[in-house]
Design a protein around this ligand. Structure first.
Ligand code: NOJ
Length: 511
């Protein structure tokens, strides 16, 4: 069962490069996050996920770790990060780091050792074939770059060699079983990293590519899941409150493997894409886009199957977006974003808000930076004020990590603070509502009351009834149960004589 503190947790994801630069070098830092803890609390977020902030050559924005136990100098020292944990805890904020278990940077000392011809402690830390001209059939690999005669398996980009957790059923003599002591040594090294950060005060991890450990694993991911269960046993014994959030997008497997919550991401069938925007065919049939013909059922079909199966095991996390997706403001306007967030923040599970989505920061069409490609456009500096570099940094604009949004109407926190109807204040109101009602928190039950086309989408959380209409016309449904009082609304709605009516582009909550 998931850690108790997740019941009322709302996460804020910070891409540290772009949050706040306090030393004028053009890139965000730990002190910048520390300075903004009160802002984060003011949103209603009480937990953080910080993208990888370890020493790295940054060929994949830090997901290519060179030293797991050392922070990247550009963000600050290890001590600065420990102090951030402390300051956050003083304010009741939990902090998750990003754990990258499946691969390291090609510049990691383990990999450098592993590349040597002479056998050493790290020879089997990565997956190598047994001859320079033998590839790893069925897996991406690189040959010809090492003293050692062999090719090594990649986990993602070319700069990210796969750590060796073994194969489910080895078929070649260079493939080790996931139960082999040499693969167990990789797992123990991972536990050592986990222990290191938890003992320094971090509260858990968002786990990158959590399903990627054991190679040629079966559909049930039996090998990979067994490893995570082993990690969970260690956590239960040594750090029982530690939270593990998986980038897996298969909660049925992830929660059974010991994760507290799993992300619902934009993978085929996960429904996130069809919910926020239609990634697959370029046309926009997002459910939240006014009159775009999107149906909530495209999302619910997948989600409810997952939810019913996993609700007693842990959570499913809905996100506004993340550092890998285009920002939702690319296709949704402020009203549509408000409705999307209303839905995300009132559904079961632990929600995640990506920095800047609270003000509707835009996706910018930029050249790639640090392996970002299209993702770069969602990683631009946070827009705080109307001042220099929108308050992100005092550096010259040319020295910024990425350019700030130069549009004259670029949204900022400063401007939206002053407008009670702004997206920022809508987010605050929604999160306040969530915290005020146990029935809206992570573990309160969900029941769908109406999801027919042409009717409002009506759902129940605990004893509360919520209704959403994303179209431009008023929608009605018969709801002949005991009526409740309207306690919150974006737009208009009423519930009278067994009829629930939701105005155009409106969201209403009854308790
Ligand atoms: C998923 C991360 O979210 C992404 O940013 C990264 O590039 C890959 N995993 C590889 O680590």
């Amino acid at each position: 069962m998931a850690a108790a503190w997740l019941k009322d947790a709302v996460f804020y994801e910070i891409y540290p490069q772009s949050f706040l630069d306090t030393n004028g070098d053009g890139i965000g830092d730990f002190k910048g996050i520390e300075e903004k803890l009160d802002y984060i609390l003011s949103l209603g977020c009480n937990a953080l996920w910080i993208n990888p902030c370890y020493d790295s050559p940054f060929k994949d924005a830090g997901y290519d770790v060179r030293d797991y136990k050392k922070t990247a100098a550009r963000y600050g020292t290890n001590e600065d990060l420990y102090r951030l944990f402390e300051k956050a805890h003083e304010k009741g904020i939990h902090v998750l780091l990003d754990l990258v278990p499946g691969h390291t940077s090609e510049e990691h000392a383990w990999f450098r050792e592993s590349q040597k011809d002479e056998a050493n402690e790290f020879s089997d830390r990565y997956i190598w074939t047994d001859f320079c001209f033998r590839g790893a059939s069925g897996l991406p690999y690189i040959g010809g770059e090492s003293e050692r005669s062999g090719a090594y398996v990649l986990n993602f980009f070319k700069c990210q060699p796969a750590l060796n957790y073994g194969f489910l059923n080895p078929t070649e003599n260079w493939q080790l079983s996931w139960r082999d002591p040499r693969c167990i040594a990789t797992r123990e090294a991972l536990k050592d990293i986990i222990r290191f950060w938890l003992s320094k005060g971090c509260d858990g991890f968002r786990v990158d590519m959590a399903a990627s450990l054991v190679k040629l694993d079966d559909e049930k991911k039996s090998g990979t899941s067994a490893i995570w269960r082993d990690v969970r046993r260690m956590l239960d014994a040594e750090f029982p409150e530690a939270v593990m959030v998986s980038e897996w997008s298969n909660p049925k497997l992830a929660l059974r493997a010991g994760y507290d919550t799993d992300f619902c991401l934009n993978e085929p069938g996960s429904g996130y894409g069809t919910l926020m925007r239609d990634y697959d065919n370029g046309e926009d049939h997002s459910y939240f886009k006014k009159d775009a013909g999107g149906s909530i059922n495209r999302f619910l079909d997948q989600y409810l199957d997952w939810y019913e199966d996993t609700k007693d095991l842990g959570y499913i996390s809905l996100i506004t977006c993340n550092h890998d997706t285009r920002r939702p403001a690319l296709n949704l306007d402020e009203t549509e974003l408000g409705l999307a967030y209303a839905f995300i923040f009132t559904m079961p599970g632990v929600p995640f808000l990506y920095y800047g989505d609270e003000i509707g920061m835009r996706w910018l069409d930029l050249p790639t930076k640090e392996g970002g490609y299209y993702r770069t456009g969602s990683r631009t500096p946070m827009q705080w004020t109307s001042g220099k570099n929108l308050g992100f940094s005092t550096a010259d604009a040319k020295d910024l990590y990425l350019p700030v949004d130069s549009a004259p109407d670029a949204p900022t926190v400063e401007a939206q603070e002053k407008d009670p109807a702004s997206l920022l204040n809508t987010v605050r109101a929604l999160l306040k509502l969530r915290h005020a009602h146990k029935d809206l928190q992570s573990d309160a039950p969900l029941k769908i009351l109406c999801c027919e086309p042409g009717r409002p989408f009506i759902y129940q959380r605990g004893d509360m009834v919520l209704a959403l209409n994303t179209t431009g016309s008023s929608l009605k449904a018969a709801l002949p149960q005991v009526q409740k009082e309207l306690v919150f609304s974006l737009g208009t709605g009423s519930w009278e004589e067994g009829q629930l009516e939701v105005g155009p582009q409106s969201f209403v909550v009854f308790a």
